[in-house]
Ligand binder design. Structure first.
Ligand code: XMP
Ligand code: MG
Length: 181
């Protein structure tokens, strides 16, 4: 284990198993709705990229992968809900079935903004697959159809999640030692 990690929350094997389960659920849920164009998986760079890459390979339907980059104003550890689009989608999503892959749902402010933005493009449907949902006091009401794990209100890193761009490549998810940040 990395010496900056206080505790491993989810091991590599546990993550792989859960991501497979979500992939199977999506395959089942969309078997009859996804047309030959399939599903558009959207991830918000950069944290959700690893989750989406693994999830896409567990969905047995045609899948298109697209990316958005947004910056939320603030210090990076807490989001403000005021969001600026740095990179927009390449695909048109009008009439398509969209699944947004998120790394972690904290206050929900980022996702609230994003879902409103996506809805204005008139997709056939939009659902959210979040790998982690933090047990925080104040969370915007967001319907997440697919949730990987509930996690404690600590600073979490690994499997895509960073602190100052570090630790994204840890194969497990863990709590960062407070003295590191
Ligand atoms: P909100 O509060 O808008 O925040 O739901 C979601 C975004 O905030 C980042 N975030 C974290 N990143 N460890 C991280 O590496 C965390 O514990 C954490 N909590 C929130 C993340 O970018 C997420 O998309
Ligand atoms: Mg981050």
């Amino acid at each position: 284990m990395h010496s900056d990690i206080a505790e491993v929350l989810f091991t590599e094997d546990e993550i792989a198993e859960r991501v497979s389960e979500i992939g199977r659920a999506i395959t089942r849920d969309y078997a009859h709705t996804a047309d030959e164009n399939g599903i558009v998986l959207i991830s918000v760079l950069r944290g959700a990229a690893i989750f989406m890459a693994d999830l896409a390979r567990k969905i047995e339907l045609p899948v298109e992968m697209d990316y958005m980059a947004i910056s939320s104003y603030g210090n990076g550890a807490k989001s403000s809900g005021v969001v600026r689009i740095l990179k927009d989608l390449t695909s048109e999503i009008e009439g398509r079935h969209v699944i947004v892959a998120e790394d972690i749902l904290d206050s929900g402010l980022t996702l609230t903004y994003l879902l409103k933005n996506l809805a204005s493009r008139h997709p056939a449907s939009v659902e959210v697959a979040t790998l982690l949902r933090k047990q925080t006091r104040a969370q915007a009401k967001i319907d997440c159809k697919y949730i990987g794990f509930e996690c404690p209100d600590e600073f979490i890193v690994g499997y895509g999640l960073d602190f100052a761009e570090r630790y994204r490549n840890l194969p497990y998810i863990g709590i960062l030692k407070p003295e590191v940040y």
